[in-house]
Every structure is written in C-alpha cells, then in structure tokens.
Design a protein around this ligand. Structure first.
Ligand SMILES: [Ca+2]
Length: 443
C-alpha cells in the first residue's frame, strides 16, 4: 500500500501537495478590540460568553498572555510580523486625522508578514474586520498576504453606517470602498463563515478575524447609526447606557464566534483547525480588567494582560490552564512551526513558538519581554521607567503582587539595575533595525 502511494506520488507531484495539505491545520485567529482580562465568563468576568468559553474548555486558557501594545496598531503590527512593533516602525496608533504624521505610517512592503508566508506555503488567506495598519492603498491587507479583505482600515467605525471618527466612509472589499448594509460584527462573522465554506476540505486556510467589539462607538445590534459623512457626532456614540451597550457588543461577538465554530463542525474540520481568540489590549474603564491595575493605554497589567484561549483538538490538550508568559508576537512563529513553514519567517522573529509550552506540562519558563520602550518583564519581575500615571522607577513582583500595588525598587537595587540595562539593550536593537516610515502621504 505504501509503495503504491509512493509510486502515485512520484508520477503526480501535485498529489503530494494535496496529501501534505490534508495534514496541515487550518488557522482561525480571532481578536477582540479593547476587551479586558475581567470581561469574559471564562475569566470570571461579568459578561456571559459561552462560545469563547467553549474554546477554553476544548483547549487552553492562558493566564499570562499579553498584547504587544497597550493600544491597537502596535499590537497588530507585532501580530502580523512576529516582531516587536518598534522594528516594524509602528510603535504608536496609526491615526485617522491627516494633520498628524502618524496618519501616513503603515505596514511597509519590506515586512515579511504572517499571511504572506502562509499564502506562499499554499494556504488560502483572508481578513475580515479591522486592519488599522495604514490608510493608503499600499498598506491594504491584500498587498500584504491576504487573498481577501472585507472590513475597515481605521481604528473604529460606526457599527451601522461604517464611518470612521474623521467622518469618512470606511468599509472595504479588498481595494474597493463599498457600502454594505449590516452591523459590523455581523458582517465580520458572515464573511468569515463564507470564506470557510468556500475553502473547507479543499485547501488549508488561514483567516484573521479582528472584531470591532467592544471598541467605541458603543452601539448594540439594535441601535441606529450615529455617524454621517462629514457630520458632527460623539465618537463614543449616543447611547446613555454605555456599559449595557458594551455588554451587548461582547455578547454579539461571542454569538458570531459560535457561528464560526458551528461552521467548522458542519464541515467536519473542527479537529484539525486551530482557533485562537485574544484581545489587542486591555479594557477601558467601561469594561473590566479584573484585579489588574490600569487600563488600555497604560503599561500596567490592565493595559496589556488580556484574555487568550486556543483550541486544536487534533494537536493540543483539552481543558488546560497555561501560566506561561505569552505574547501576541508568538502566534506567527507558532503557526509557521505547525504548518512546516518556519524557515520562511524572514527576519528572525522576536516571538516564541508556543507549541511545546502548550503541549507539555512543565514549569513556567523564564522569559524577558518589553513594552513600549519603557517597561520590561523578566520572569515575575516587572520594571517600569517613569511614564504615564507613574512618577518614579517602579519594580513589581507579579507573583506576589499581580495588582502592582507595592513598588519594591528600593529593596532590590541590583535587579532594577540589571533590568534597566536589559531594557536599554533591547530598545537599541529594535531601533537599529526599525523600518523607516514616511512623514507625508506615501507615493
Ligand atoms: Ca484596541
């Protein structure tokens, strides 16, 4: 029998691709926008999210997972490249207003992106939702490895009229600005499901589903549009009961995730599909970061320690809690390792392949990572230079003080000194290889 297969394979080389494809898992990467550590029911949070919880029950729930940035664009730059966002030249938010130079920045052609590698390796690739890595045509996701893009390029849009906070229409099918009726969360789900239906059991696929929820404007599925082109509006929306709107937004996203999981079941590809769900930074004060200090936009744990669950029934254990320190930039090297595409990663990634740490029960491995050039973590130690909401150099022991209430810098001067040196070294390395960004409209 084996001999027969070998003969057939040598006659028909394309068959070997098919055989290999059959073994390679599909990947569904779902990311919420501004969802906090204390929002989901599987993290003892205040919103019931049975579908996201089911991913945790079927796989792994991380307790020490972090977004690379404490705001949107940097996290996405790191996620798409496996690199620190500083190296990609996107350490700040790409803004909608043209008067700000950060409006002209975006993902440059020189980057070797995760979808580019997947596509070159035979995967069908699609993105449905928020991009936020550049406004200009050369930054469009279809120029950076995605076969298909439906969604928006700015930081947020009206969930119903799809207008960004600068008052511009922002809903795209690939390169084309389009108008499509529907609540953005529903459209994101619908297009993701359609893509899966088109490719299931034909080609392995990689889809990236960056949801808008629960970022402002706070609008539930039953609300009216607040924004009009060129009109005046409150960016956060007109609802009085914003906290309730926030809850409705998370619930609706969870329902959509249920539809994606159902679609996988319908096509009998659940077993060999990796589903990752995470957030891109911590919650604002409207949501919950649980016991963590700080919110979105700060480097306290509340700014970047976020929910993350993953399932892959054919390859990962079930129902496990994982305490390893993990980051957004780890998912690209993890996926490439599993898909057998690691050698095509381009620049050496800063992220780690998490596969072994997910599969094997082991002691937590010490790791050193940084946030935003002024915060460093090594093992349980976290050092923060003076910054937003923090006047003095601070050292926290997260093992004993997850809420970052007690600065122990004076007690451990040697650790402070070492961490400041390590932070400076990583900053220097990131700066030395950082991709240049234009300061005016790119040609
Ligand atoms: Ca965000």
């Amino acid at each position: 029998m084996t001999r027969f297969i070998l003969i057939v394979l040598s006659c028909c080389p394309w068959l070997s691709t098919l055989v290999a494809d059959e073994a390679r898992p599909n990947i569904v990467l779902i990311m919420a926008d501004d969802l906090g550590y204390g929002d989901l029911s599987c993290y003892d949070g205040w919103i019931k999210t049975p579908n996201i919880d089911s991913i945790a029950a079927n796989g792994i729930r991380f307790t020490d997972y972090h977004s690379n940035g404490n705001v949107c664009s940097p996290t996405r730059a790191a996620l798409m490249t496996g690199l620190y966002q500083q190296k990609v030249g996107i350490p700040f938010v790409v803004v909608a207003a043209e008067k700000n130079k950060a409006h002209f920045t975006g993902l440059q052609d020189i980057e070797n992106t995760w979808p580019e590698v997947m596509r070159a390796g035979g995967y069908a690739t699609g993105i449905f939702g928020k991009w936020h890595l550049g406004y200009y045509p050369q930054y469009n996701p279809v120029r950076h490895g995605f076969d298909q893009f439906v969604g928006y390029v700015s930081g947020n849009i009206d969930f119903i009229s799809h207008i960004d906070q600068a008052g511009n229409a922002d809903w795209w099918h690939d390169h084309k600005l389009t108008s499509e009726e529907g609540y953005s969360t529903h459209l994101i789900t619908r297009h993701a499901v359609r893509f899966i239906e088109q490719h299931a059991n034909k080609r392995p696929f990689f889809i990236y589903v960056p949801h808008e929820a629960p970022h402002y404007p706070y609008q539930g599925p039953g609300d009216k549009a607040d924004r009009t082109v060129g009109g005046e509006f409150n960016n956060h929306g007109s609802r009085e009961d914003k906290k309730e709107a926030y809850r409705e937004m998370v619930v609706e996203m969870d329902v959509g995730i249920g539809e994606i999981l159902n679609c996988l079941r319908r096509h009998q590809i659940t077993d060999n599909t990796i589903v990752v769900f995470c957030s891109d930074n911590g919650a604002t004060s409207l949501g919950s970061n649980g016991e963590l200090r700080g919110t979105k936009g700060t480097n306290f744990e509340g700014g970047h320690r976020v929910p993350c669950v993953v399932q892959w029934p054919a390859g990962f254990p079930k129902g496990r809690i994982n305490h390893q320190l993990a980051m957004g930039m780890d998912w690209m090297p993890t996926a490439l390792g599993i898909a057998g595409l690691s050698e095509h990663a381009g620049r050496t990634t800063d992220g780690d392949d998490l596969t072994k740490r997910i599969r094997e029960k082991q002691e937590v491995i010490e790791r050193t990572v940084v946030w935003n050039g002024n915060t460093i973590r090594r093992g349980n130690w976290k050092l923060m230079l003076p910054q937003k909401q923090l006047k003095e150099i601070s050292l926290f022991n997260l093992h004993e003080d997850l809420a970052e209430q007690t600065n122990v810098a004076v007690k451990y001067p040697d650790i402070v000194k070492q961490l400041i040196m390590e932070l400076a070294a990583i900053n220097a390395e990131n700066k030395a290889v950082a991709t240049a960004q234009p300061t005016s409209a790119p040609k």
